[in-house]
Design a protein around this ligand. Structure first.
Ligand code: HEM
Length: 208
């Protein structure tokens, strides 16, 4: 098994450093998200605050998702098994940012008009794709609770392979949502799919 190959990790740091990295991930993710919402609600965001919040939460979710997928290759490459302990936090915040993204869309763009919400999900393909990605992320978020994970046994690992589907769908949603010619979504798309290919190949390149 991949994890067992790095248990006898030559690279070791004090446990306190890993705890510090996790605390940093928690604080930066929560503080940054709260701060941007505070700026929006206090009228300090220039331009269109709803669009800004949608972009910020959407990009935030994709960044965190890609980072969470990069942890295992990094751990194998550096033979740094301890770093695997930050993977869950990154995944959890990817889901939280994605939920915030949907909340902004429902609350501010659609003003809680539930009929409109359903019709957007059904009739606009890029929203449908984003919706499926979000559902998968929410399922992964709930099942990442230690008690649920324990109860699920081996099936937990099969279920959590769905993160690749969520990531692929999120990247498609992103590139599909762009109306003008922009380089950034194309760069994300290429990097994102390279990450998925590396993970999909069961990290063979790192096993040498
Ligand atoms: C029900 C689920 C979702 C809905 C309704 C939704 C809705 C939207 C909307 C309305 C936009 C803005 C399009 C525009 O600029 O006109 C957008 C952009 C975006 N969404 Fe989503 N989304 C959903 C799920 C997700 C998920 C799960 C992710 C990532 C994990 C994501 C990432 C993004 C990104 C990166 C953008 C582009 C931001 C930018 O232009 O800088 N979305 N989404």
């Amino acid at each position: 098994m991949l994890i067992s190959s790095i248990v006898s990790s030559p690279l070791r740091v004090p446990n306190k450093l890993i705890i510090l990295i996790r605390v940093l991930i928690h604080s930066v993710s929560i503080v940054y998200l709260s701060y941007v919402f505070y700026l929006a609600f206090s009228g300090q965001l220039l331009g269109d605050p709803v669009q800004y919040l949608l972009d910020f939460t959407g990009i935030g979710a994709i960044n965190l998702l890609l980072l969470s997928l990069l942890v295992t290759p990094l751990a194998l490459w550096l033979k740094f098994g301890q770093i695997l302990r930050v993977r869950r936090s990154l995944g959890v915040y990817a889901a939280i940012y994605a939920i915030a993204h949907l909340t902004v869309f429902i609350a501010f763009e659609l003003q809680f008009e539930w009929g409109l919400i359903v019709s957007e999900i059904v009739n606009r393909p890029y929203i449908t794709v984003g919706f499926i990605a979000l559902i998968v992320l929410i399922v992964l978020l709930i099942t990442s609770l230690p008690a649920v994970k324990k109860r699920m046994g081996k099936s937990w690992f099969s279920l959590h392979q769905w993160v690749y589907l969520a990531c692929a769908l999120a990247l498609i949603h992103y590139i599909w949502s762009i109306k003008s010619e922009e380089l950034q979504p194309i760069v994300y798309f290429i990097i994102g799919f390279l990450v998925l290919i590396i993970r999909g190949k069961k990290l063979n390149i790192f096993k040498k």
